[in-house]
Design a protein around this ligand. Sequence first.
Ligand code: UD1
Length: 340
Amino acid sequence: MDRTILVTGGAGYIGSHTALALLEAGDRVVIADNLVNSSKQSIAAVERLTGATIEFAEVDLTDRDQTRELFDTYPVEAAIHFAGLKAVGESTEKPLLYYRNNLLSTINLLEEMAAHDVFQLVFSSSATVYGDPEILPIPEGAATGPTNAYGRTKLMIEDICRDVAAADPRWQISLLRYFNPVGAHQSGDIGEDPNGIPNNLVPYVMQVAVGRREKLSVFGGDYDTHDGTGVRDYIHVIDLAAGHLAALDHLPEGCREYNLGTGSGASVIDVVKAAEAVSGKEIPYEIVGRRTGDIATSLADPQRANDELEWRADRSIDAMLTDAWRWQSKNPEGYPRDDA
Ligand code: UD1
């Protein structure tokens, strides 16, 4: 409330929804984004929806000078750090790109925050840090062990945050481990707009529903789950955005991890059926082989976030798909191109 919050990666999917929630709560928002996997159109849409103005800086956080200038220009009081590369498959092919981009940007951000006396940070981590989980639902104390370069960048950034917080008591850092964010703002004016062929299930299903793709490949039908397909803890992006505001309002002393999920799961087939019901479209699918690195089931234990952040994700899978479908049907090709 009435704070100036830096949102790195704020033009992206989760960042834009969080920027909107911050503006609705009365905060001022500075977005820093290099626009490699996002659109300025999302910022324009958030401004239209809220009637507020966003300060936008096209910044590459891997550039120390640009990062310094950002903090020299804006009176930032806290940061939410979303910016980063996030495609698992690409991270396997180009690991150094992922390590350079995700780690260097975070180190520059932390150094310039400290140099400008800003010590409040919310970091966009991922349930991917747990790898193949030992216990379900997964508590924050479970063992970590990401299985790809992308996931390792998330865990390394968490380690960096734990180390800086241990070295300087002024830091207050929340590491938010998201489960599977889906859905869109209820206006249908902002949503997820992946480049190229979607890697993730819900954007792919939506593109089949809208007629951009012929059929879904279901990666594996022989998992040990209720129908043989993978089970995930899908969380509505609006609930997730609210989780960031709750984290800012309840920052820990030092550094602390929080799972952001619902605690209940849906299989690939459950998602397909729910998407058919809300869209009124048939979603043809074919069961194919498992995707390398996938696990049977991922489920959050969100108790710590429920208790300490006073936050709960309660939107249903039907609400998630209804809102995802509204966005997809209003914007079948995603955002218009920035240069159009
Ligand atoms: C994936 C990433 C994870 C990342 C998250 C971001 C992998 C292995 N994991 O999680 O690191 O943090 O996205 O949201 O990529 N599925 C299909 N067909 C498809 C796409 C997906 O059957 O075309 C299935 C998957 O096998 C899985 C479920 O749908 O069972 C969800 O997949 P996805 O949306 O890609 O998320 P995750 O794999 O859980």
